[in-house]
Ligand binder design. Structure first.
Ligand code: DAK
Length: 261
């Protein structure tokens, strides 16, 4: 699939940057963008198996993603809205459960669906001009892409209730204080910070990294016992070549050369 609204770039360190490219609409998530994200995270990523991690960001200097595309909403009836919400939630689950680390580089407004997209990533790096919010109630809506569920996970129930009901925006520093954001950088330095984190992770055992993602996510999955899952996946990692290599490298006082198996 050729993408209209997504730009893909892989750098020399095998870090893939996925840029939502609709700056004229502050990168709002229209139906096509959701479809392209779905295609990338369920199919096209297989063409980039060499990459060690992914950064999702927005084109331009003003917005990460300013929400779902409000102009398109006007065409939705109740059934269409529920269908689109389910599709969007599935896309965001595929990001949340992606087997390699995904960092949101939030370089401006992350509102509504944009905040939800950032929250579905494993980590968030924000530039100082970033603004987060769930302003759906301004439109007489509630979040449809997991916002009511994931915001609580990062900032707790009381603050989540406040942001969801008042539609207030918070800046990068406040988002950092509440745990929504991992790091805040000056404008222009966010990409460097996100890449620094991914480069560090790329030196670790890839199977272990994928199992960290699975087991941490298991805590929030009501159908799983996270502790039991940890036992199973710990057993899995002890049977990998990565573990043999990691332990041998430690004993031989050298850097591990992990192959991801
Ligand atoms: N959708 C469509 N266009 C948008 C947009 C959006 N979310 N946000 C901005 N734009 C467009 C503006 O219309 C404008 O286009 P033109 O008028 O120039 O054609 C252009 O981007 C530049 O925006 P502004 O001129 O407004 O720029 P300002 O700097 O003055 O203001 C702003 C920036 C971010 C404060 C403002 O644009 C704004 O308030 N934007 C809307 C923020 C927002 O309310 N976002 C939507 C949240 S609700 C569901 C699925 C998901 C969701 C709900 C239901 N179902 C499947 C049913 C989630 C919903 C949301 O995300």
């Amino acid at each position: 699939m050729n993408y209209t609204n997504l730009l893909i770039e892989v750098d020399a360190d095998n870090i893939l940057t996925l840029t939502i490219n609709r700056p004229q609409a502050l990168n709002a998530l229209n139906r096509l963008t959701i479809q392209e994200l779905e295609d990338f995270f369920t199919k096209a990523y297989k063409n980039y198996e060499q990459v060690s991690g992914i950064i999702i960001t927005g084109a331009g200097e003003k917005a990460f993603v300013a929400g779902a595309d409000i102009k398109e909403f006007l065409e939705l009836d109740g059934d269409g809205g529920a269908q689109l919400a389910q599709k969007g939630q599935n896309v965001f689950f595929s990001i949340e459960n992606f087997h390699k680390p995904v960092i949101a580089l939030v370089n401006g407004f992350a509102l509504g669906g944009g905040c939800e997209l950032a929250m579905s990533c494993h980590m968030r790096v924000a530039t100082e001009n970033a603004k987060f919010g769930q302003p759906e109630v301004n439109l007489g809506l509630i979040p449809g892409y997991g916002g009511t569920q994931r915001l609580i996970q990062y900032i707790g129930k009381g603050k989540a209730m406040e942001l969801l009901m008042t539609a207030d925006m918070i800046g990068a520093a406040e988002a950092h204080t509440h745990g929504l954001v991992n790091h805040v950088t000056p404008a222009g330095e966010g990409m460097g910070k996100a890449k620094e984190i991914l480069k560090k992770i790329s030196t670790k055992g890839p199977v272990a990294i994928s199992k960290i993602i699975e087991t941490v996510n298991a805590y929030f999955d009501k159908n799983q016992d996270g502790f039991a899952r940890e036992v199973v996946e710990f057993g899995h990692t002890t049977r990998t070549q990565d573990f043999v290599e990691g332990a041998t490298a430690f004993v031989e006082k050298r850097r591990a050369d992990f192959k991801g198996n």
